[in-house]
Design a binder for this molecule. Structure first.
Ligand SMILES: CC(C)(COP(=O)(O)OP(=O)(O)OC[C@H]1O[C@@H](n2cnc3c(N)ncnc32)[C@H](O)[C@@H]1OP(=O)(O)O)[C@@H](O)C(=O)NCCC(=O)NCCS
Length: 374
């Protein structure tokens, strides 16, 4: 048997042509392109199309694809009723997870369990639209707000942010939100993608893989870090702001606590290229709210202290946490939005898994007793 690596650290789990973290060259390779270049020049639907299909869309392909991403005709009204039944103290991630399971039931069993490329593509692309609807409306329903259905006269990002906020948003806000969605879209083999592929490898369906993926992504060591990061920045602000930020972090580090939004299993001591790209947008939004400038100041101090004390740099959740706050997005939606974006990556991975499947079934290093007698 092969060497035991706790946490599968550095272990290659599969071959893939979807994406690769080239840490030495500080590049996130997406189907051959640099993710940061894509984020600078393309929209979320264009990059989603690329991630899922392996090539950028032409005009007609993009128009058709965008239509599906804003189409709610397959989203049954009963699903809104399910959202309404959720206890008011529910976490949005849990309601979305339930919603995805519920939506699976609107497929005939033969369609649901069909793992062909075409069937997976159809189910998957519909799920991008449906998860965005679930995300925005779960939170709206929990807060006794009206349901907002997609407006197909808008771009995907403008519509999604509009459904979340319930008011008109500026083109600058839509543009920055679009770039955040692109930064979250696909990232090689994080825990949630691995979970989805493991589930897919049993020839289970796209919905099942999504439910596994969302459960994984909820954890604070993964997608949950963006919510934890903004809570920390707000805590620093409430306890004295930029004047105490250095000491606040030092106290946490001395207590051996983790600073959320910093560090990464693959980047380790290097800057996450997405965090570097997105941090420049903070200044563009800091005047959106009264405490924006102060939070930005605290943000920079925390970053300096982490580099100085631990040689650790922000991962993408750190700037996104503050950007979401400046956009006025409710904090319980930070991790759900990450998942909503990542649906495109998950679709690509489940399709790739099903197209060339081998069941994941690793072994263990057994450390328990042997030879016990009854
Ligand atoms: C993402 C993460 C789990 C990866 O960690 P990992 O590869 O398992 O690294 P380890 O847990 O082995 O940590 C290595 C060292 O760095 C330290 N470290 C790593 N991330 C840290 C953080 N965010 N804050 C403080 N110290 C951190 C560890 O304490 C450890 O220090 P030590 O060697 O002195 O004990 C980790 O960096 C983390 O918990 N980050 C915060 C959560 C987060 O932002 N997650 C989003 C990831 S995109």
């Amino acid at each position: 048997m092969s060497e035991f690596k706790p946490g599968l650290d550095g272990v290659i789990a599969t071959d893939t042509s979807i994406s690769y973290l080239d840490v030495d060259n500080e590049e996130i390779v997406i189907r051959g392109y640099d993710l940061i270049e894509l984020a600078g020049a393309k929209s979320y639907p264009e990059v989603a199309y690329l991630v899922i299909n392996g090539e950028l869309p032409n005009h007609k392909q993009l128009t058709n694809f965008e239509k599906i991403l804003l189409d709610d005709s397959t989203f049954p009204n009963e699903a809104y009723e399910v959202l309404k039944l959720a206890p008011k103290k529910s976490m949005v991630m849990d309601i979305i997870r339930t919603g995805i399971s519920f939506l699976a039931g609107f497929n005939d069993e033969s369609d649901l369990m069909n793992t062909s490329h075409e069937s997976n593509l159809n189910k998957g692309i519909r799920l991008i639209a449906e998860v965005a609807i679930l995300t925005a409306n779960s939170h709206r329903i929990l807060n006794n707000q009206n349901i907002i259905k997609p407006d197909n006269s808008k771009s995907f990002a403008e519509n999604f942010l509009g459904m979340i906020l319930g008011h008109k948003i500026s083109s600058k806000e839509a543009e920055i939100f679009d770039k955040i969605l692109i930064c979250y879209i696909e990232h090689e083999m994080p825990n949630s993608t691995f979970a989805a592929r493991i589930i897919g490898s049993t020839l289970s369906d796209m919905y099942g893989a999504f439910v596994g993926g969302i459960s994984s992504l909820k954890g604070p060591l993964h997608g949950g870090a963006n919510e934890a990061a903004i809570h920390m920045l707000l805590d620093i602000e409430s306890k004295g702001g930029s004047k105490i930020a250095d000491k606040y972090i030092m106290d946490k580090l001395n207590n051996k606590e983790r600073i959320m939004g910093f560090g990464h299993r693959v980047y380790m001591k290097k800057y996450d290229p997405r965090a570097l790209f997105l941090r420049d947008y903070i200044a563009e939004l800091e005047s959106n709210i009264q405490n924006g400038k102060e939070l930005h100041k605290i943000y920079k101090i925390v970053e300096e202290v982490m580099a100085r004390e631990k040689g650790l740099y922000p991962n993408t959740d750190y700037p996104i946490a503050l950007l979401f706050y400046l956009l006025g997005i409710p904090i319980p939606l930070y991790t759900p939005i990450f998942f909503a974006s990542r649906t495109s990556g998950l679709i690509a991975h489940v399709i790739e898994q099903h197209n060339n499947n081998r069941l994941f079934r690793p072994r263990v290093l057994y450390t328990g007793p042997r030879g016990l007698k009854l």
